[in-house]
Design a protein around this ligand. Structure first.
Ligand code: HEM
Ligand code: HEM
Length: 189
């Protein structure tokens, strides 16, 4: 195996651009989940109440920017052809990938709606601020909070199954599904 030096995806391999994006986003999302639960457990007078929510929201907004970039990239540069496996499993993988994107988008949008329910902008660290929408709906904070928890929890659960499938491909099927997502390619291909 050798490192794939190509930035873009081709017919058979993921380029290192989408690979880097996949792992940066995956680690950020996995980290955001316990951080979110920690915010919920924090007392208003705890000094961490001044910092942890800012990190959670700012990292979340960076993930949102990465998702937009990923979306544009995916339109312009298609993922490689799926590796051979039973059609049913191929369909499940396809639907799972789309569901992961959909759950991520709903988690990010609901997070934004919780944070801007009082009409205030969100500070992205102290670099700049993202304005609130010019309107709010009734009980926005509570409804968006419920949606945020449900979609974030479903996202992490599905991502766990997805990671399990990648590990099964690697150790049981012994194919190159995981290696492709680590920007490795067969020397002879
Ligand atoms: C993939 C990205 C994200 C994940 C996995 C995530 C996950 C979570 C989780 C698990 C909670 C605890 C919810 C509860 O116990 O009820 C939470 C809370 C929260 N999140 Fe996120 N979050 C993400 C992105 C964002 C973004 C982008 C924002 C805002 C810009 C945000 C704002 C908040 C706020 C304000 C809370 C406190 C909830 C409340 O007061 O009801 N999150 N998040
Ligand atoms: C929150 C965490 C994660 C999310 C949201 C996520 C999301 C995705 C998405 C959307 C794709 C499709 C890529 C595309 O073609 O656009 C993908 C592919 C892939 N992911 Fe993840 N992923 C996560 C974590 C992981 C983990 C922990 C592993 C491994 C242990 C993993 C292994 C893979 C592999 C091997 C592929 C390529 C699948 C194929 O070629 O069919 N992912 N991931």
């Amino acid at each position: 195996m050798a490192l794939n030096h190509k930035l873009l995806n081709d017919e058979t391999n993921y380029g290192w651009g989408p690979v880097l994006m996949h792992w940066l986003m995956a680690f950020a999302i996995i980290g955001l989940y316990p951080l979110g639960l920690y915010i919920e457990a924090l007392d208003y007078y705890d000094p961490a109440y001044r910092t942890v929510p800012v990190w959670h929201k700012s990292i979340g907004l960076l993930v949102a920017a990465a998702l937009l970039m990923r979306f544009v990239w995916r339109l312009a540069n298609k993922p490689p052809r799926p590796l051979p496996q039973p059609v049913r499993l191929q369909q499940i993988a396809h639907v799972t990938h789309h569901l992961l994107y959909l759950l991520l988008a709903t988690t990010l949008i609901s997070g934004y709606l919780i944070s801007t329910a009082d009409g205030r902008a969100i500070e992205l660290f102290s670099w700049f601020s993202i304005p609130a929408l010019p309107f709010a709906f009734e009980n926005q904070e509570d409804i968006a909070g419920e949606v945020h928890f449900i979609t974030a929890t479903t996202l992490i659960s599905l991502a766990t199954l997805h990671a399990g499938a990648a590990i099964k491909h690697h150790f049981i099927d012994k194919d190159s599904t995981l290696k492709r997502m680590l920007a490795l390619r067969e020397e002879h291909s």
